[in-house]
Design a protein around this ligand. Sequence first.
Ligand SMILES: [Zn+2]
Length: 116
Amino acid sequence: MKRSSGRSCSRASCTNSAIKTLTYIYADSTAVLGPLATYAEPHNYDLCTAHSERLTVPVGWSVIKQEITTDHQGPSDDDLMAIANAVREVANSDIKTNAMPPELGRRGHLRALPSN
Ligand SMILES: [Zn+2]
């Protein structure tokens, strides 16, 4: 079980435990607030409960909030983690920071950006 990573909120001067991870998808101007990521990435921000609830994003951006279930019944945790990981993989492939192959296939609304 990787639920307790011991990471803390990434906001300055906040010492609360992080319970969610915010991922920015720059290509889509979308911020995804989901389960705590199992590993840190440059465009992921761990947030505590208070900061995740007060989340604000730049004008023109949208926010996707993935509900976190506290019970362990059913596949919902795995589903959410799969969604979160898929989002992160797409984000990674868009900015070409590593060698992860885009195994999920391109989604129609995601544009391939020229390298810059
Ligand atoms: Zn915080």
